[in-house]
Ligand binder design. Sequence first.
Ligand SMILES: [Zn+2]
Length: 216
Amino acid sequence: MLMREACEQIVEYGKRVYESGLCVGTSGNLSVYDPAHGTMAISPSGIGYFETSPSDVVIMDLEGHVLEGTRRPSSEFALHSAFYLHRPDARAVVHTHSPYATTLAALREPIRAVHFAIMGSGVDEVPCVPYVTFGTQELADTVSAALDEHPDTRAVLMSNHGLICCQSGMAKAFALAVDLEFTAQIQWRAMCAGTPRLISHEEMASSFERLKSYGQ
Ligand SMILES: [Zn+2]
């Protein structure tokens, strides 16, 4: 079995994504990338997170060819590939329809620096790309263009759809999706109560510096 550890991670973190309320039903999908072999393990299409076992995970290359697996891959495989092609340090991608990030996506608003929890994204404004039909190459191309236009961002909002983000590993990618959902929730609540005041670009720059020495 190719990428066994990655397949197990996708099952484990799929459950976490679901339990954290970041996804409902079978929405959302996760992947892990192995740059040494150019292979991506990605969640199968339309199977519940608690019904998925490691053998349901599909192994593909970044051109969309299935290398191993009996299931159909997530319909958003091209979207995941876009991150690995445009972010050489990306090793995991998490895509969710989390309610607050998706609320901002429905408003076609970027996630802004209403809280420093945004900083894991690498930017002080997570871009929101125009609406494109889910599961299409056109959506992957639209997100690719945003990744080129915003070279520091690890996350993109997709209008009337949801959030997608990458990190150097699955645990970090999941944590980033949680942090961005929190930030989006605070932004939306602040928008309901008034006009959010944003952390300045300069203050965010010092937060990015602090982040380098944060944690264990
Ligand atoms: Zn989606």
